[in-house]
Design a binder for this molecule. Sequence first.
Ligand code: NAD
Ligand code: MLT
Length: 529
Amino acid sequence: MKILVSDQLEQSCIDILTGEGFEVDNTPGISADELKKTIGAYDGLVVRSATKVTAEVINHASQMKIIGRAGTGVDNIDVPAATRKGILVMNTPGGNTISAAEHTVSMLLSLARNIPQSNRSLMQGKWERKSFTGVEVFEKTLGVVGLGKIGREVAIRCKAFGMNIIGYDPVLANDVAMKLNIELVNLDELFRRSDFITVHTPLSKETKALLNDTTFAKCKRGVRIINCARGGIVDEAALLRALQSGYVGGAALDVFEEEPPNPEKSGALLTHPRVVATPHLGASTEEAQEKVAVQIAHQIADALKGRGYIGLVNGAALQLTMNEELKPYATLAEKLGSLAAQLAGGKLKGVTVGASGVLVSSSMELMKAGVLKGILSHVLPEPVNFVNAPLHAAEMGLTVNELREGPSDGFANLLRIQVQIEGGEREVAGTVYNSNSLRLVRIDGFRFELNPGGHLLVYNNMDRPGMLARVGTILAAHKVNIAGVSLGRTAMGERALTVMNIDSDIPEPALATLLNEEGIENVRVVRLD
Ligand code: NAD
Ligand code: MLT
């Protein structure tokens, strides 16, 4: 398999991947056009933040299986486009946390004490002690927006300087915040009370221009702003206005709306005397670069070789396939989905995945992804896998319900799929015996015991003598060999369901004859690979 490393990464990444037997091309600085031209030859791509993995690039990535981001932010990767194509995206969260936190604290102190400005002045031969009087951070209030990995490490370090830490994060629990000595407040209160505000969130719809003209006006006069997270969280034009009016006391920026910043657009901000700026250096330490390079190389090798899935940004269900007990259930889910879709034989309106038993009901994401993969493989022209099946289902407007059900028919774990079609529904259920024997145990309420594999002929018939013989005769006339027969009926003489394991496909004329046989209905030929 071939892997492209398209950004500047430590040699250890390339060495690990090569050592794992991958063919690696290292092309840091590759142009967007060249990337589009060549990407089709690769199974994997490793990037930092320079390569823009756009939907267009992804469209050309015809055999791509995985994109690895050596770092945290995946905003340079079109994750929805990758997901739609069934490409796994992974990052290395945590690999550069300490470096980014230390950089943030360095920026905060530089801002408080005018270190870059005074250094520049000294280098110009000046001795301007008065102009660079700073402020202490001791007993000042630091507002941390986003208390994830980096935000928390920043808080811990700033606490050591005697700062009061307040923070806002929609998911952080109060007790965790309390242990970290962080007072959780709402955003308005954070703006109102903070002397310094540092942001540590991803760039999202909610955080884009979080600091803008309106929110600056809610802040203390003289507030100092630090952004070492993502350009765009602070509205640069609004920040410049607030600096020029003197309302904002200073800003420290490591990240920008456009990188590298456009001098025409951002020049006034970057050269403002109360702005301290670095060129996206948060993770630029020897340690962080080594860590993320090694981590992403191992993660990619593990995923491509099916050994494990760490740092998944999409396709989270795949992680569960590493549980040996669950693996056969993932295959069963796929087969049941495929069977249900083929039995339905028409436009699906909805799917219900019912799980009974601890194993299957505690891994619904995997079960649903498997069922949807099985179903959609019969519906969509493009390849469907565990990564893109849920997205495709959502985009098609297919309703997917899940039911955690009580003990069922004495099976330790039972997976039940119901598909709703125009004018009715079909139901199949299966289980796994002895940790790896898949069994189809129910179709439309009729009980069976058969291996869900190969070619199956499924039909309803009246439970009366001679029905099986008639079907057997038709198949024999067309040289179709019957490998096994299972019959399910509600009561003697009533409607029954017959499933035949057959050794080959049924030719069209045989099918046409079967469809016209009196007493035989709902004939379906199913193929389960
Ligand atoms: P993380 O996922 O651990 O933490 C992000 C936190 O932001 C989460 O706790 C989340 O709940 C919170 N959050 C999300 N939306 C929010 C909102 N609307 N308001 C408040 N909080 C919100 O991520 P991390 O590893 O701590 O990284 C934080 C940021 O730093 C990311 O944007 C990442 O890309 C960036 N980063 C930059 C550098 C750099 O070189 N400058 C290096 C590493 C990471
Ligand atoms: C990240 O999100 O990890 C950072 O932007 C660091 C980087 O890769 O430069």
